[in-house]
Design a protein around this ligand. Structure first.
Ligand code: PAF
Length: 281
């Protein structure tokens, strides 16, 4: 497996793959891999391309009081995990390679960046859109793989690709969960054992909402109130938001009539966890 540290090294590697007639399948990440990341890499591999993963903890998408400094990192572990699922190259740039001095351009996907996490993390999706556009321009993938846990991120990137006419197929991949339902996240390492147990309330609440829709509930406010009530019953949970929105526009809905996203962000101690489900009728 190749470890590529510079944009030029990536370009040369990509060129060699293309000459060999191979498609480029790309998994952008911030590292500290878990089964969720590996599921994206396995899917990219199964789809038959040369798989390249990027690892870059992007400062542009962290707010001033967020966890940039303590975001977990372990390159050697990541390298081994990626290799074990057949990844052929890792792009592992340093800060100066991605944002050399004098860097000044930012990209904004206007409407989709506003609601949900955009409200509590101002500037976050501009940081994501900017680094993903840069990575896409460096790697020039045929396909790129994104997990649905970061559902709003996925929508922002789908819109970016459409608006900027990028010839890249975005492949959404299902959320991977622990056996007790907690969505896999690099940030789960921040949880104490008690918080880790308490955090299972998130998936249970989403499952409750899903079951309600399956048995005919169409009132978005009732679903939202029910999820809020269930999470609020857990004393270790501090709710950032629970929203019921159109799965495409991310705008609030009154009734469940089209594919609808139930999305939430909740703090347990210093970990801010997100989760969601899409209900379709
Ligand atoms: O989902 C992530 O890990 C990051 O937001 C991404 C897409 C790699 C951009 O930094």
């Amino acid at each position: 497996m190749e470890i590529l540290r510079t944009v030029n090294e990536v370009r040369q590697w990509v060129q060699a793959q293309r000459v060999a007639g191979r498609a480029i399948h790309f998994v952008p990440t911030m590292g500290y891999f878990h089964e969720g990341h590996l599921s994206l890499m396995r899917r990219a591999k199964a789809d038959g391309g040369a798989v390249i993963v990027s690892i870059f903890v992007n400062p542009l998408q962290f707010g001033a009081n967020e966890d940039l400094d303590r975001y977990p990192r372990d390159f050697e572990r990541d390298r081994q995990m990626a290799e074990s699922v057949g990844v052929e190259a890792i792009f592992y740039p340093d800060m100066a390679e991605m944002y050399p001095s004098g860097y000044q351009t930012e990209v904004r996907v206007k409407e989709l960046s506003k609601p949900l996490c955009g409200k509590s993390r101002p500037g976050h999706f501009e940081g994501v859109a900017t680094v993903v556009l840069k990575l896409f321009n460096i790697v020039t993938p045929n396909r790129a793989y994104f997990g649905m846990k970061d559902y709003q991120q996925l929508r922002v990137i789908q819109q970016l690709v459409r608006d900027m006419n990028l010839p890249i197929e975005i492949v959404p991949c299902p959320i991977v969960r622990e056996p007790d339902g907690l969505a896999m996240s690099s940030r789960n390492v921040y949880l104490t054992p008690e918080e880790r147990r308490a955090a299972t309330v998130l998936y249970r609440s989403l499952q409750w909402a899903q079951a309600q829709v399956e048995s005919g509930e169409r009132d978005a406010q009732k679903l939202r109130a029910g999820v809020l009530e269930r999470i609020a019953a857990e004393p270790r949970a501090r709710i950032d938001y629970v929203e019921v929105v159109d799965a495409e526009t991310l705008l609030p809905v009154e009734r469940i009539e089209r594919p609808t996203l139930i999305a939430l962000a909740v703090f347990f101690g210093r970990a801010r966890l997100i989760d969601n489900c899409v209900v379709a009728i």
